[in-house]
Design a protein around this ligand. Sequence first.
Ligand code: SAH
Length: 242
Amino acid sequence: MMDIWEKTLEWKPSPQQQELFQSLYKLIIQGNRQLNLTRITNPEDFWEKHLWDSLRGIKFLISQKIGEESVDNQAITIIDLGTGAGSPGIPAAMVVKNCTVNLVDSTKKKINFIDSILPQLQLNNVFATTCRAEEIGRENQHRETYDIALIRAVASVSACAEYTLPLLKQGGLAIIYRGNLTDEEITNTENAVQQLGGVIESIEQFNTPISNSDRHCLYLRKVGSTPAKFPRSVGVPAQRPL
Ligand code: SAH
């Protein structure tokens, strides 16, 4: 897969990172035997959907691009909401230099699984929290404290905006991973983002390198503060999107 990494991300994993990817794959397959963590289990799908797709969304954060001096990021704080079996947060923690990653999911068994694999992966920059996005967004020690919020396959785009933007510092970036994206969804998101103190900075469309599936990433920049009433109570952002 090295040439695909190089061609698509202008980056390639170090031998140590390749080992980490391999270990992650084994641990997820083992975990999946008892816990229903993910439907993505064959090696190619795992590579494409857990690793490549997760990293494609944060391409701009991956240092040591080919031909570039290694750039030390200032400590970057990342939160991954609805992380499931750890995507995109675990691959991010493996490749973004000098970051800390908080993996959040409302399902305790998923967070227990992540807690059980972190020591084996020796990822000491990662934490896992069982919590609803609507709740963590109201906690003082988390609200408006993150540089980057990642969210993939959790809810509608406007609900994802309501989950992520309250957690970001001003200037922070929310990255919403999508498959298809309609014009109507974009219009709804513009409206939601404006109420939440953000703007749509860019939308990237791309195709995955093996199955050629359609993908989008929405990049939302936090430009103001989020009014205290957001995120609304548990369930409301999904049931009554802004
Ligand atoms: N991001 C992962 C998992 C997607 S499945 C991936 O792309 O592979 C969606 C996950 O979001 C599930 O694990 C579910 O428990 C979690 N989830 C759904 N709504 C949530 C909420 N409001 N707050 C926190 N987690 C949520």
